[in-house]
Design a protein around this ligand. Structure first.
Ligand code: XMP
Length: 511
């Protein structure tokens, strides 16, 4: 069994980051909601528990609390920021409310003989972001670090093995933050670093074999990283009982469907069903201008095509989906009622009336771990580093009505942009890059002649997870080169603009 660290989430924006930092040390970690019970914790048999930070104040009536029995289990605990305040508050220390926020870097002085700070200098910079602070420690707690503003910047209880820090060791601004996490894992929790991709693959293969038996399984293969890795992992487990379906929606990038088919046929013995439904999709999108309507039509049509293919295969019991950990994690302090900004991720969703059982072999993994897994499965780097591509494809990158002519035009522009990024070694430095076709024609002059043609937007963003993004500061000379090439080589475009909006307030896609 792999050693495990539970991260109890109190709503910090850094909770997932804590989990990733722990996993970087080959120790398995997962997020649990703060309503977790003592029994649930014991069932998980963790080697340690981390209480995350969070936006609440322990004084608020509705703020999330912790069952004191969890603090009595004898399992090592590290409280970070709100987590530390909560430990102190729950065990009889005093937390002081403050309207003044301490935000940014602070110089920390530590007792570097303490296990948490072993092999770290006695003074270094840490990242602070808090209003309330601990002003009296609970009984039997010993201070082990301070800053100019915060007397108890870290403390511990040697008998209970409970530690608390006011700063954030998980953020990169904190010097020696990784070392502090490493010390907690190995010096305090005595973890074994046994969370390894090779073990993960073997365990998953066994698990999938057991669940599926001799039944048929289908997988919608979009050509993206997640569905490719999921399909190949399942293929390793059950071989010919896996049926992959690739639907060409006609909304794909240049040569994309062909490349996907070629790649799978060349590299794997796999049942691959290719459906060219491009005419159907384009026909259904005729006369449709509104983004949400486009998304709904595409989602619905996809499911119809997919379902009919499943009927042809016959007697299918399971569906593979490339769901990732951030998609399923239940986090936050308060229930989220965030409004729907876009009806995302509907393409490839489970057709409800098919009553297939879901297999989600990647649901414990983050994107970078999926890439690592892909490498272990010998999937070429070029595929693993592919930029994300939305299910509704180019339809949401053509503003307004979609037709064949615009699709072909956009495919050429997009291809040229991406090829130039690759040639200049810029492709991997951006999270995503693409072109958008505006239904706006403007006047230009080409040679001696007046032109009246479409405008293209180039968009390139940097991001960690797509939730927030910044526009990529691509070199002006590079943009100049791409713009000239597009105008000179692609007929139908006479104006190129670069999108310099971040997310928020904009979204990455235009529709
Ligand atoms: P937005 O436009 O919301 O996009 O900032 C964030 C990320 O999600 C991708 N995206 C989608 N992915 N189905 C998908 O699988 C969709 O309907 C969809 N819409 C947007 C987008 O490309 C970006 O990476």
């Amino acid at each position: 069994m792999v050693d495990k660290i539970l991260v109890i989430d109190f709503g910090s924006q850094y909770t997932q980051l804590i989990v990733r930092k722990v996993r970087n040390f080959n120790v398995y970690s997962l997020i649990k909601h703060n309503s977790i019970t003592v029994e649930e914790i014991l069932n998980e048999q963790p080697k340690g528990i981390i209480l995350s930070g969070g936006p609440a104040s322990v004084f608020d009536i509705n703020s999330p609390k912790i069952n004191n029995k969890i603090l009595e289990l004898g399992i090592p605990i590290l409280g970070i920021c709100y987590g530390f305040q909560l430990i102190s508050f729950s065990l009889g220390g005093r937390v002081e409310k403050s309207d003044k926020r301490e935000y940014g870097l602070a110089k920390l002085k530590v007792d570097n003989k303490n296990k948490l700070f072993l092999n770290i200098p006695s003074e270094f910079n840490v990242w602070m972001s808090h209003s309330d602070k601990v002003v009296k420690l609970p009984e039997n707690f010993i201070p082990i670090a301070s800053t100019e503003n915060t007397e108890y910047a870290a403390a511990f209880n040697p008998e209970k093995n409970i530690y608390g820090v006011q700063f954030h060791p998980e953020v990169t601004h904190t010097e020696f933050g990784n070392k502090i996490i490493e010390n907690f894992l190995f010096e305090i929790c005595k973890c074994n670093p046994n969370w390894l991709m090779s073990n993960f693959i073997n365990d998953k293969i066994d698990e999938i074999k057991k669940i599926v038996g001799n039944n048929k399984v289908v997988c919608a293969l979009s050509g993206g990283v997640d569905s490719t890795v999921a399909a190949i992992l399942v293929q390793k487990a059950i071989g010919k009982n896996l049926h992959c379906i690739h639907v060409d929606t006609g909304l794909m990038r240049k040569n994309e469907s062909k490349e996907i088919i070629d790649f799978f046929q060349k590299n794997f013995v796999i049942n691959l069903h290719f459906v060219d439904a491009s005419r159907l999709f384009i026909q259904k999108l005729k006369g449709v201008y509104e983004p949400e309507e486009k998304r709904k039509i595409i989602g619905k049509t996809f499911i119809e095509v997919f379902e009919s293919e499943i009927q042809k295969i016959g007697d299918v019991k399971f569906l593979v989906q490339g769901t990732l950990y951030p998609d399923i994690v239940e986090s936050g302090v308060f229930s989220s009622n965030s409004s729907v900004i876009k009806s995302h991720h509907n393409v490839g969703g489970l057709p409800e009336n098919l009553s297939l059982h879901l297999i989600e072999p990647l649901k414990e993994l983050f994107k970078d771990e999926v890439r690592q897994l892909g490498r272990e499965l010998n999937i070429p780097e070029i595929l693993l580093k592919k930029h994300p591509f939305p299910g509704p494809g180019l339809a949401i990158r053509i503003i307004g009505e979609v037709d064949e002519e615009k699709l072909n035009l956009l495919r050429e522009v997009d291809y040229l942009f991406i090829e130039e990024l690759k040639k200049s070694n810029l492709y991997d430095s951006v999270w995503q890059a693409f072109a958008v076709l505006l239904p706006v024609k403007s006047v230009g002059v080409m040679g001696d002649e007046r032109s009246y043609a479409y405008s293209i937007v180039l968009r390139a963003v940097t991001s960690i997870d797509g939730m927030t993004a910044d526009w990529a500061k691509l070199d002006h000379q590079f943009l100049n080169l791409v713009s000239n090439k597009i105008i000179n080589e692609i007929k139908g475009v006479n104006r190129v603009v670069y999108d310099i909006t971040s997310k928020p307030p904009a979204t990455i896609e235009w529709e």
